[in-house]
Ligand binder design. Structure first.
Ligand code: MN
Length: 266
C-alpha cells in the first residue's frame, strides 16, 4: 500500500501535464515553438552554413563528413558584377556535381573515415584522377564563394596590405600579376594568391581543378584568393571575354575575408 501514497497527494504526471497545458498552453506553446525553431536553426546552420564557420574550417573535416555548404549569400547578391543565373548554375549544378562525384568516388574508400580534406589534397597524387578533379572542384569553389561579399572591403589593409606591397611592389602590381596568371591560363583552371612555407605571398595558376594544396603542383602553398577561369564561371555574361570577367572579380572580392585567411595561414 506504500505505492501510491505520493499520488494520493500529488496528481499523477499526465494529469499534471494536462492541467499545465490547460493553464499555460496557449501562452507557452508559441514560446516553446520559437525556442525549438531557434535551436534547430542554430544546429542546422552550424552544420551547413559557412556564415557561421571560419571559411576554411572544412579543411579538417573527414571526407565522409563533408557537406555541400550553403552559398553565403543569395544568387543575385553579387549583381551587377556576377550575374544571378551564372551564380545559380555555377553553385547548384557545377559545384554540386563536384561534391556528389567526390562523395561517390570516395564512398567505398576506407580512407574516407579517417582522412581530412586537407590531407587528401596534400596526398592527391595517390588517388585516382576522379578524386583529384572532384576533390579540387569541391574545395576550390568553397573558397571561391567565401571570399566574396555583396558589400566587400575593397582593399587589403594591415599586415596583408604590407605583405602584398613587400612582395609585389604595390597592390596595383599584384593585381597585374594575378590578372596575367588568370588570363593566360590556357583552357580551364584557376589563378591563385597563396602563402608559401616561409610565409611569403606568391601568385600561381593551376589547370583543371588542381590547387596549391595539392602535391602535384609546381609550387605548394596555402591559397587565400582564387579565381575560377573555367568558361562556366563567366560565359553567360561575358562570353569569350575572360579579361573583362577577371577585371570584374575585383569588385566582389572582400579583402576582409582574405585577411582572415591570411592570418590563419601564419
Ligand atoms: Mn567553377
Amino acid at each position: 500500500m506504500k505505492t501510491n501514497h505520493a499520488y494520493s497527494i500529488w496528481p499523477n504526471r499526465s494529469t499534471l501535464a494536462f492541467s499545465m497545458i490547460k493553464t499555460f498552453g496557449t501562452s507557452l506553446f508559441p514560446v516553446l515553438f520559437m525556442i525549438l525553431i531557434l535551436f534547430s536553426n542554430k544546429s542546422f546552420s552550424q552544420v551547413t552554413n559557412p556564415k557561421n564557420k571560419t571559411n576554411m574550417n572544412i579543411l579538417n573535416d573527414k571526407i565522409q563528413d563533408l557537406k555541400f555548404h550553403e552559398l553565403p549569400y543569395s544568387y543575385d547578391a553579387l549583381e551587377p558584377h556576377f550575374d544571378k543565373l551564372t551564380m545559380e548554375i555555377h553553385y547548384s549544378k557545377h559545384h554540386k556535381a563536384y561534391y556528389d562525384n567526390l562523395m561517390s568516388a570516395m564512398k567505398d574508400n576506407p580512407d574516407s573515415k579517417s582522412l581530412s580534406l586537407i590531407d587528401l589534397m596534400k596526398n592527391i597524387s595517390k588517388y585516382p584522377t576522379g578524386v583529384r578533379n572532384n576533390g579540387g572542384g569541391y574545395f576550390n569553389h568553397h573558397l571561391f564563394w567565401n571570399i566574396f561579399s555583396a558589400k566587400p572591403q575593397s582593399l587589403p589593409q594591415g599586415d596583408l596590405k604590407l605583405a602584398i606591397e613587400k612582395e609585389f611592389g604595390s597592390f596595383e602590381d599584384f593585381k597585374k600579376e594575378f590578372e596575367t596568371a588568370a588570363k593566360t591560363r590556357f583552357g580551364s583552371g584557376w589563378a591563385w594568391l597563396s602563402v608559401d612555407n616561409n610565409g611569403k605571398l606568391f601568385v600561381s595558376s593551376t589547370p583543371n581543378q588542381d590547387n596549391p594544396y595539392m602535391d602535384i603542383v609546381e609550387k605548394q602553398g596555402i591559397p587565400i584568393v582564387g579565381i575560377d577561369v573555367w568558361e562556366h564561371a563567366y560565359y553567360l555574361k561575358f562570353q569569350n571575354r575572360r579579361p573583362e570577367y577577371v577585371a570584374t572579380f575585383w569588385n566582389v572580392i572582400d579583402w576582409k575575408k582574405v585577411e582572415e585567411l591570411y592570418k590563419k595561414s601564419k
